[in-house]
Write a protein that binds this ligand. Structure first.
Ligand code: GLA
Length: 352
C-alpha cells in the first residue's frame, strides 16, 4: 500500500492518491477527491496486466474537468431526479441543482465526486482497503438532513474490487450512491470496448423520456435490443433504431435486476475475447445503469495522452432506479433517522 501527496500544502484539504495491491499483483489506485478510482490493473489470460479503467493522471485534472465522472463516487443521488424536486412525508424539496437540462443528475453541482473524502487505509483477512467518509451538511445540494456517508473500498485476493456503502441521516432524506467507473477490458487505451460481450441479468428495464427520466413504466426486454440475458456484443446494437435507445444516444438505461429486492446477486458480465478478461458485477442494489459512454467525444485526454472518443468506455452503475423519489411503485430510496443505509457492489475480475 502506498500513498503519495500530489497537491500543495497550501491547498486544503489535501488531495492524494492511494494505491491498493493484492497478493496477485492487481493494483487499484484512487484519490480521496471524489473517491475517484483512477487505475485498475488486471491480468489477461497470459498474465499480462493492463489498466482497464478510463481516467486522468493528476488530481488537478479530476478537480478541473471530470465532467464525465470518471471513476467517481456519485451521490447523494446517483442518476436523475426529474424537475429537481421530490416530496417526503408531505414536505416538498424543490431546491436540487439543475445540471442536466431541467433535471438533477449525479448529486448536483458539487456532488460526492467533487468533495474530498476523509480516507483511512485499512486491511483485513484477504484484502487491502480504504474507508472513505464524507459528512454532507443539511441542505447541501438541496437535500435534507446531515448525512454521514462511508464507503469501504477493498481489493481482495480473489481479484475483486468491493465497494460497501453505509449512511445515516438526522432528517428523512433520499440516498442512492453509486460509482461511475468506465471500463475497457482491452485496456483504457486499447481497442474500442464496442467488441465486448455483455450480459445483463435483467428481464425488465425502466423506459425513459428523451431526457433519461423514467416514465414510470416497467417494460420487458423481450424482443428488444435491451435484451442482454444472453451474452452478446453490445456494439452491434448500440446504434439501435428502437426509439427507446436512440432517444438516449445509445445504451444509457436502468435495468431491473433478476433477483429479490435487497438480495446480493449478479448484475452483469462483460467479456473481452482477445485478452480473455472478464468482469462480473454483483450487487445488493435492485438496478444497474449500463451506460455506453455515448457522451465521450474526444474532448478529454487521459492517462498517457489517450484521447477518449465516443464510447471508448462503458459504465455499469449499480443503483436504485432513476427518479425513484417521485415514483411510489419503485423501490424506495428514502432514508430515515435511526436507519443505516447499506449497499454492496463487487467488480470481480477474471479470465476465460
Ligand atoms: C450517467 C448518465 C449518463 C451521463 C453519464 C455522465 O451514466 O446516465 O446519461 O450523464 O452519467 O456523462
Amino acid at each position: 500500500m502506498t500513498n503519495s501527496t500530489v497537491l500543495y500544502a497550501s491547498q486544503k484539504p489535501l488531495m492524494e492518491f492511494f494505491t491498493l495491491e493484492n497478493k496477485n499483483g492487481l493494483k487499484l489506485k484512487f484519490t480521496n477527491l471524489g473517491g475517484i478510482v483512477s487505475e485498475i490493473h488486471v491480468p489477461d489470460r497470459d498474465g499480462n496486466f493492463a489498466d482497464v479503467t478510463l481516467g486522468f493522471e493528476t488530481v488537478e485534472e479530476y478537480r478541473d474537468h471530470n465532467d464525465a465522472y470518471f471513476g467517481a463516487l456519485i451521490g447523494r443521488y446517483g442518476n436523475r431526479i426529474g424537475s429537481c424536486k421530490f416530496s417526503l412525508d408531505g414536505e416538498m424539496f424543490d431546491g436540487l441543482f439543475a445540471n442536466d437540462g431541467v433535471n438533477h443528475l449525479h448529486g448536483g453541482k458539487v456532488g460526492f465526486d467533487k468533495v474530498v473524502w476523509e480516507t483511512e487505509l485499512v486491511s483485513g483477512d484477504g484484502y487491502m482497503g480504504a474507508k472513505l467518509t464524507y459528512r454532507s451538511p443539511d441542505g447541501e445540494e438541496g437535500y435534507p438532513g446531515n448525512l454521514v456517508a462511508t464507503v469501504l473500498y477493498k481489493l481482495t485476493d480473489e481479484n475483486e474490487w468491493v465497494i460497501e456503502y453505509e449512511a445515516t441521516t438526522d432528517k428523512v432524506t433520499v440516498f442512492n450512491p453509486t460509482n461511475h467507473a468506465y471500463f475497457n477490458l482491452a485496456g483504457h487505451d486499447g481497442d474500442s470496448p464496442l467488441g465486448h460481450e455483455m450480459l445483463i441479468n435483467a428481464a425488465f428495464f425502466t423506459p425513459t423520456d428523451e431526457a433519461g427520466i423514467p416514465t414510470g413504466e416497467i417494460n420487458s426486454v423481450e424482443g428488444t435490443d435491451l435484451d442482454f440475458r444472453s451474452a452478446r456484443v453490445y456494439g452491434a446494437t448500440v446504434n439501435s433504431e428502437d426509439s427507446l435507445i436512440s432517444r438516449l444516444g445509445g445504451y444509457d438505461h436502468n435495468w431491473i435486476l433478476d433477483k429479490q429486492y435487497g438480495e446480493f446477486g449478479l448484475a452483469a458480465v462483460a467479456y473481452e475475447a482477445q485478452s480473455g478478461r472478464e468482469m462480473k458485477v454483483y450487487t445488493s442494489e435492485p438496478g444497474v445503469q449500463f451506460y455506453a459512454g455515448n457522451f465521450l467525444d474526444g474532448s478529454l485526454t487521459g492517462k498517457g495522452g489517450k484521447v477518449y472518443q465516443k464510447r471508448d468506455g462503458f459504465c455499469l452503475e449499480t443503483q436504485h432506479f432513476p427518479n425513484s423519489p417521485n415514483y411510489g411503485h419503485f423501490p424506495s430510496t428514502t432514508l430515515r433517522p435511526g436507519e443505516v443505509f447499506r449497499s454492496k457492489t463487487v467488480y470481480a475480475f477474471g479470465v476465460r
